[in-house]
Design a protein around this ligand. Structure first.
Ligand SMILES: Cc1ncc(COP(=O)(O)O)c(C=O)c1O
Length: 452
């Protein structure tokens, strides 16, 4: 495009004026214009594929839905239509949208100092690390903060390589650890990985939930002299559609890693901080990994914040040169303020307990729906509020997602398993909204079964 400075100046001013207009004073025609402009801007400047790919919306013939505001578990679009959010931003909104305490903390820090100087010591980052050390499993004590889940896994991979002096990893089939090049190597789905090969070398994938396969892979790597730094897995696979491993899986992974002298990394970007009904996913099996990754909910759904954490022994390799890993914006004071507020809310509202009780309630009701509509709902599974509904085909999954969307319930598929739709709402969602969502889901099933 030809450079147009005047256009940029006018357009930034127009959007800033709109941002500074109180929400209830934006006229309907301005909102309608935003809707049309957003569609055009996505097509011309973001990615037109996006408009076709959002299956819940395209199948519902309503892809132009443009989100405008939200609170708790309700999202409102530019037309003022309200959606029950049971997608939770892929696990980002564990405390709901715009939790007042988290927003207030971030705003207060914004007024004090939004970023750090890079040279002086910043108190919030250190305070957050100390608070997390008091919550994380076992002897995990040190942490490094960044902005996304994929950066957390990337950092964990570097740390494992630096500590062990080995280069390899054992990952699991159907795993999802992020899409930058390091974590993409660990990805368990060909569609995202294959076009980018070769990625990092010496990575072996084994079926998730099969501890014997991990042991075999480690024995084989040792036999041929491929040094393995770590075994990495999600406590419960999220993007694969809420896959729960056998109950002895994580305890056995711990034993096997100790036997072979490799590190155990738990990717808790999705399962961590209350989502599955315990503080961390590995708490279900009382296992302490060597390295743990957090993301998504850590920033309270307000500011991006993620981190990787390890015990003192593993962390020691970062001490001689602490700039072996660095970031300019990661762990900034606003993100740390939001994370501290999220942790406070999580503990005060006992979000893990809420996740467990509400998850059990949803699973019970979904079990009843499965018995009533066995040809539509093939499987239901999950722990806490990380729940997957599996359908007999991708098409059926899309039909259900679009049926829910046209009934103003926001759900979505997962990155790895297109037959699965996730139910991953805020952990403090009300029972009233849960039951309303289930009522609308049953309507969708009933319509589909009449069509069949
Ligand atoms: C287990 C796990 N790890 C890593 C990531 C990547 O996080 P992000 O999208 O913030 O990079 C995700 C995202 O879904 C995830 O579920």
């Amino acid at each position: 495009m030809k450079r147009n400075v005047e256009f940029a100046q006018n357009e930034t001013k127009r959007m800033l004026d709109l941002l500074l207009t109180p929400e209830d004073q934006v006229p309907a025609d301005v909102r309608a214009r935003i809707e049309q402009e957003t569609v055009d801007n996505f097509a011309n400047h973001v990615n037109r594929g996006w408009l076709q790919y959002r299956k819940s919306m395209t199948e519902a013939g309503d892809f132009a839905s443009v989100e405008w505001t939200g609170q708790g578990s309700i999202l409102t679009d530019t037309r003022g239509r309200e959606f029950i959010d049971v997608l939770g931003g892929f696990g980002l909104y564990s405390a709901g949208i715009r939790h007042p305490k988290i927003v207030a903390a971030a705003k207060a820090q914004l007024d004090r100092s939004p970023q750090y100087s890079q040279e002086m010591l910043d108190p919030l980052r250190a305070h957050l690390a100390k608070v997390l050390a008091n919550l994380l499993p076992g002897d995990i004590q040190y942490g490094f903060f960044i902005n996304s889940g994929t950066e957390a896994v990337d950092g964990a991979m570097k740390l494992a390589k630096l500590h062990t002096g080995k280069s390899g990893f054992i990952a699991t089939e159907k795993a999802f650890h992020g899409k930058t090049l390091g974590p993409l190597t660990l990805m368990g789905k060909a569609m995202f990985r294959e076009p980018l090969l070769p990625l990092l070398g010496n990575v072996r994938h084994v079926p998730f939930g099969n501890a014997d396969a991990v042991e075999k892979a480690l024995a084989s790597a040792a036999q041929v002299g491929d040094g393995i730094a770590a075994v990495i897995a999600e406590p419960i696979q999220g993007e694969a559609g809420a896959i729960i491993p056998p109950s002895d899986y994580w305890p056995r992974l711990r034993q096997i890693c100790d036997k072979y002298g490799v590190l155990l990394i738990a990717d808790e970007v999705q399962t961590g901080l209350g989502r599955t009904g315990t503080l961390f996913g590995v708490d279900h099996w009382d296992v302490t990994p060597d390295i743990i990754c957090l993301g998504k909910a850590l920033g309270g759904g307000v500011i991006p914040c993620s981190g990787f954490f390890a015990n003192a022994k593993v962390w020691e390799c970062m001490v001689p040169n602490p700039f072996m890993h660095s970031t300019t914006t990661g762990g900034n004071p606003v993100a740390c303020a939001a994370a501290l507020a999220y942790i406070n809310v999580m503990l005060e509202e006992d979000l893990p307990r809420q996740a467990k009780e509400k998850g059990d309630h949803i699973l019970d009701k979904l079990g009843e729906l499965q018995a009533k509509y066995p040809g539509i709902l093939a499987d239901v599974r999950g722990k806490g509020l990380l729940i997957g509904m599996e359908f007999p085909s991708d098409e059926m999954g899309w039909k259900v997602a679009s049926g829910m969307f046209s009934r103003r319930v926001l759900t979505a598929g997962t990155f790895i398993n297109a037959k699965t739709i996730r139910i991953e709402p805020a952990l403090n969602i009300s029972y009233e909204l849960i039951d309303e969502m289930l009522k609308r889901l049953e309507e969708v099933f009933s319509c589909i079964s009449k069509e069949q």
